[in-house]
Write a protein that binds this ligand. Sequence first.
Ligand code: ADE
Length: 225
Amino acid sequence: MLRIDIISVKPDLIKSPFEGSIVKRAIDKNYFEIYFHDLKDYSNYKRKQVDDYQFGGGSGMVLMIEPIKNCIDFLCKQRNYDEIIYMTPDAKILDQKTSNRLSTLENLIILCGHYKGVDQRVRDQLITMEISIGDYVLSGGELPAAVLCDSLARLVPGAIGDSTSALTDSFQDNLLAPPVYTRPANFENLKVPSVLLSGNKKEIENWKENKSIERTKQIRPGIIK
Ligand code: ADE
């Protein structure tokens, strides 16, 4: 069972991706638990303030360390966390290897950044790992957190009906997935490759592997080992 606690100033922004699809199935089947924590509930201030101006000047508000520390302390008193992750564009980019490792753990905290980011002392003292989902900037860490959770949920054993499905995803063996087809076998004279209809398992496997290699060389040559 993988438990994820998400800390955010806008927890409502991330609830909907977990209300459908594989993630919901994983939650319903108790393979995966997800909890949302509103940072404002951990503020020391009357108006639930959680951010402030930057010291030294500069545009954009910065999330303060106090509410984040309060929330993380509250959670860490209840259980041990394997990783406390901060979603930020200035970090290593998420890859399948990282998702595979994280999906085998038990308890994760994900802190979503907002505005200009968080006080550096949070990153230095409270966070154990930082993850970016790509070289582009989003307005908060909520969508990146949802992306990370989705990629983990599909790897938790039992979450996907067909357990080989996650293992044949793109990137699992440093290759992109091969093309896939379904009915009809002939659509307006666009035909499904005949090998897939042959019933010859070995030939089909070879064909898929060759297509994967071809596709990877064409689109992402850098990921082939
Ligand atoms: N927050 C804003 N942009 C992000 C990104 N690309 N990855 C992770 N967190 C982010």
